[in-house]
Design a protein around this ligand. Structure first.
Ligand code: SF4
Length: 66
């Protein structure tokens, strides 16, 4: 099962990930991205979150296989 994580030290809060995949990524009160869903992701959510990961300008998102 895939799980996505945001490295808060690398995130610049641009919001691109949330724009691409709001099911998984949200900008929190600190203005940084955070994952709001990391279990039981649908195939579509995994595809969109992977697109968001590849589109992140700072490479702050990583994917882990559990
Ligand atoms: S796309 Fe990357 S830098 Fe932009 S908010 Fe998301 S994790 Fe942060």
């Amino acid at each position: 099962m895939e799980k996505f994580e945001v490295n808060k030290d690398a995130c610049i809060g641009c919001g691109a990930c949330m724009a691409i995949c709001p099911e998984v990524f949200e900008i929190n009160d600190e203005g940084l991205a955070t994952t709001i869903k990391d279990e039981n992701l649908t195939k579509e959510e995994i595809e969109n979150a992977t697109d968001a990961m590849e589109g992140c300008p700072t490479g702050a998102i990583s994917k882990e296989e559990k």
